[in-house]
Design a binder for this molecule. Structure first.
Ligand SMILES: Nc1ncnc2c1ncn2[C@@H]1O[C@H](COP(=O)(O)OP(=O)(O)OP(=O)(O)O)[C@@H](O)[C@H]1O
Ligand SMILES: [Mg+2]
Length: 356
């Protein structure tokens, strides 16, 4: 019998996109988990894009079903908002098994992980979000659990300490990370499959926007869907957030339909330009040009100048600017490019960076 997946544990971790007090304007982009969940694909067939990844996962699932064995451990990596949590929740649903959810930062000691391991039923899934932030002690504790489905528990202290070996059910770990480079090699090697999620094409985002507008029962024109998609920085979560904003704007300032005209006015108000650059991206580039003469500048220094944590810059601002070709990463730091200067209509700095 197919069981409905049961979602347990501490749900979504705090999102990286909420830099809140740091001057990072997340007022509207703040991740609204409920909204995210409402629009999240429920089945693999509803997942738009990432075709190569999805096809490989289908094979993986098919083989698992035919052999009636638990799925091998799976690591998903890629920038925020591209669908790691989505895929992690779709897979157990496809197999009709249970899903437990936790995250690296909430596992401060092995005892925090133990209940998840002992609760894991045969073939069930344990999703560990932000797995790169799991402390070393927890990481060592999970090795035998992943490899041999057992844990070694130390009881008592000092001379009386003894280790008890406990057998676990065969389960599957799905790890998600925005920083696969921060994973230790032994942990990475325990994942049978590793999948990297990449940014989406505009047409895929158009499809996501259209589907989600339908889910939200909001009429949207094709060109408006395209305008939203191309400002979404290749990221479905951004597309969803922009769609929500356009929908609010259409309700408040127009007749509720999302048209090209509505979208343009809505984005002007948000200060998002045609490429999807936001105020903080422009501040980043301007700081690099004006304060650091075009670079090279270290990300820490940029973070201090902008009053934004350098992690946030690395995870959320830089990947898109790199992808646009607006900055380059050199061993000595970040350097602004001519394309960025042109896009922002800035004059080249007197010295430094690419202009020396
Ligand atoms: N392939 C997709 N097709 C349709 N919608 C998607 C897809 N991927 C993501 N989304 C939408 O984007 C939202 C964000 O995706 P998700 O939460 O899975 O990202 P994530 O990679 O886990 O991000 P983070 O690193 O911040 O946790 C989802 O709620 C879903 O609505
Ligand atoms: Mg996630």
């Amino acid at each position: 019998m197919v069981r409905e997946p049961v979602i347990k544990g501490d749900d979504e971790p705090e999102d990286e996109s909420s830099g809140g007090e740091s001057g990072w304007d997340s007022s509207f982009l703040a991740d609204d988990i409920e909204y995210d969940d409402a629009l999240r694909p429920q089945r693999l067939s509803e997942v738009v894009g990432q075709r190569a990844v999805v096809e490989r996962l289908e094979v993986f699932l098919d083989a698992t079903r035919k052999r009636n064995e638990p799925l091998g451990h799976l690591l998903l990596d890629g920038p925020p908002g591209l669908g790691k949590t989505t895929l992690a929740s779709v897979l157990p649903r496809e197999l009709g098994t249970e899903l437990q959810i936790t995250s690296g930062p909430s596992l401060s000691a092995p005892k925090d992980l133990l209940p998840f391991l002992t609760n894991a039923s045969h073939g069930s899934f344990l999703f560990i979000d932000e797995i790169h932030r799991m402390p070393a002690t927890v990481e060592e504790f999970i090795y035998p659990a992943m490899e041999d489905f057992r844990v070694d528990i130390t009881l008592g202290e000092g001379l009386n300490a003894r280790t008890v070996n406990m057998k676990l059910q065969k389960f599957t770990v799905i790890g998600a990370t925005t920083r696969s480079g921060m994973l230790t090699a032994p942990l990475r090697d325990r994942f049978v499959r590793r999948e990297h999620l990449d940014f989406y094409e505009d047409q895929e985002l158009v499809e996501i926007v259209r589907r989600n507008a339908r889910k939200l029962r909001t009429p949207i024109t094709d060109d408006a869907a395209f305008e939203i998609a191309r400002r979404s920085r290749g990221t479905p979560r951004k597309a969803n957030n922009l769609l929500r904003w356009a929908r609010d704007f259409a309700t408040s300032k127009a007749d509720g339909n999302i048209t090209n005209e509505v979208v343009k006015r809505a984005f002007e108000m948000l200060e998002i330009d045609q490429l999807g650059l936001e105020r903080q991206d422009r501040r980043y580039l301007e700081a690099l040009v004006k304060t650091f003469s075009g670079g090279p500048a270290g990300v820490q220094a940029l973070g201090h100048t902008l009053n934004i944590p350098s992690d946030t810059l690395e995870d959320e601002v830089e990947p898109f600017l790199l992808r646009c070709g607006f900055i380059q990463r050199s061993p000595r730091g970040r350097v602004v490019t001519m394309a960025a200067m042109e896009h922002l209509n800035l004059n080249p700095p007197a010295g430094g960076g690419l202009f020396r």
